[in-house]
Design a protein around this ligand. Structure first.
Ligand SMILES: Cc1cc2nc3c(=O)[nH]c(=O)nc-3n(C[C@H](O)[C@H](O)[C@H](O)COP(=O)(O)OP(=O)(O)OC[C@H]3O[C@@H](n4cnc5c(N)ncnc54)[C@H](O)[C@@H]3O)c2cc1C
Length: 397
């Protein structure tokens, strides 16, 4: 009988399994679009999620009781890194990683029965309604109000920067249900059906010319009290629990591995300015070292997490280093491409498949990544806010 596999061997075997899934089951069309940094349509994400369902990997990190695979933090990290490096898209987190865990941790039985199965089956999509025009970093300043009227709350206010709400069936909202001296009190967490009368969605075009984010207006929107998660006024606690989960997935080392490989291939092929070759090779080496250091940090953090508590300052370090690295790689790629990158038209990234290797459309994806990637140091809590968290945790400031 062979000896039981060590932890390292089991982790390596899981990584190999994820790689095999990417080679054989990840839809080839989706992978090609991701590798070319094209804009993905909802159907691309649907196709991706459907390819994960047979393995139960849509929500592998959920507990088995709720339909997940009980992945350890390490397995989750390996899945996210390996799949992204191999060309899998962003696993849109609003249902799976954000509201799903809030519902199975704090929700009523009726909410668990109603919402968890459709998140797992990817038949209902969610959006995150936290930020408002005057409440981003200072989230406790939110002003959207929900006033109790019989068995409903009546919601009035505005959310902004709401990612992919144009595709969402439901939105989870932080709303003010009472005015308290401490602003973190009096906030509640509501689940709102996007088909409810009184909701208006207005698109915001980002620098890449694409439609990722929106403003959402609520005018006398009636939400059943049954859609309140946990206790009225307890929303800040659930919101913080969710933000902890948001930051765990922020290092995006898999994406940086893929983008750096692209840049190395471009430089090796000599498609940019030859006189800069040596300078670029040194720059790539520096970024590669930073990536190695970030990966080592993430692996160590995943090893130490037991999944019972959200990570602390480690998650903020991952968010800062991960987003800065992504931006550095994208910037170097654009500099290498030089004038070729400047002929950017958003229509070139809204294609069903990548363009042929010649012409401006072939490099449009790099420019899209560079332009949209400026947001990486803002969303999920800006990097300045992450530095404040580190200062508080480590220096006691
Ligand atoms: C592409 C994109 C997608 C997004 N998707 C969503 C979404 O789906 N749902 C959602 O709810 N939100 C979303 N957001 C909003 C995001 O969470 C906020 O933009 C972010 O929290 C920053 O808030 P703000 O934009 O109001 O900027 P502000 O809070 O006004 O900050 C402005 C600047 O001041 C700095 N700053 C603010 N406070 C401090 C401080 N105390 N110390 C030091 N510096 C400070 C910030 O770092 C920033 O540089 C998204 C944002 C972007 C750009």
């Amino acid at each position: 009988m062979s000896p039981p596999a060590s932890l390292a061997e089991r982790e390596a075997a899981f990584r190999a399994e994820v790689r095999l899934y990417c080679e054989r089951e990840l839809p080839a069309k989706v992978r090609a679009k991701v590798q070319a940094n094209l804009f993905l349509e909802k159907q691309d994400y649907v196709d991706y999620l459907h390819s994960l369902i047979p393995r139960g990997w849509v929500a592998g990190h959920w507990p088995g009781t709720w339909g997940g695979c009980d992945w350890t933090p390490m397995q989750r990290f390996i899945f996210e890194e390996e799949s992204a490096a191999s060309g899998a898209p962003w696993l849109i987190p609003f249902g799976i990683s954000y509201v799903g865990p809030v519902i199975f941790t704090f929700g009523s039985q009726a909410q668990k029965d109603r919402f968890l199965p459709t998140i797992l089956a990817s038949t209902e999509w969610w959006a995150q309604g936290y930020s408002e025009p005057g409440a981003g970093s200072d989230l406790a300043g939110l002003k959207t109000r929900a006033v109790r009227d019989g068995n409903d709350y009546v919601v009035n206010g505005q959310k902004t920067w709401t990612t992919y709400v144009q595709w969402a069936d439901w939105i989870f909202l932080l709303v003010r249900t009472s005015e308290e001296a401490r602003r973190q009190q009096g906030i509640s967490f509501l689940l709102v059906d996007m088909k409810t009368p009184g909701i208006t969605v207005r698109p915001i075009r980002t620098m890449d010319g694409c439609h990722h984010v929106n403003e959402v207006f609520f005018d006398d929107v009636r939400v059943p009290v049954a859609n309140l998660v946990g206790e009225e006024g307890g929303g800040w606690r659930y919101a913080k629990f969710l933000l902890g989960n948001e930051r765990v997935i922020a290092a995006e080392t898999g994406k940086s591995i893929r983008q750096l490989e692209h840049l190395k291939a471009l430089v090796a092929a000599g498609t940019g300015r030859a006189r800069d070759q040596q300078v670029f090779e040194r720059r790539i080496a520096e970024m590669e070292l930073k990536l190695h250091a970030l990966r080592a940090f993430c692996l160590e953090a995943a090893r130490q997490m037991d999944g019972s508590a959200p990570p602390g300052a480690e998650a903020s370090i991952m968010k800062i280093r991960g987003s800065e690295l992504q931006q550095a790689i994208a910037e170097a790629t654009i500099e290498w491409l030089g004038a070729q990158a400047l002929a950017y038209r958003p229509s070139d990234v809204h294609r069903a498949s990548p363009a042929s290797p010649d012409g401006p459309a072939a490099t449009a994806g790099f420019m899209r990544e560079y332009l949209y990637g400026r947001a990486a140091t803002i969303y999920g809590g800006s990097n300045e806010i992450q530095r404040n968290i580190i200062a508080k945790a480590e220096l006691g400031l």
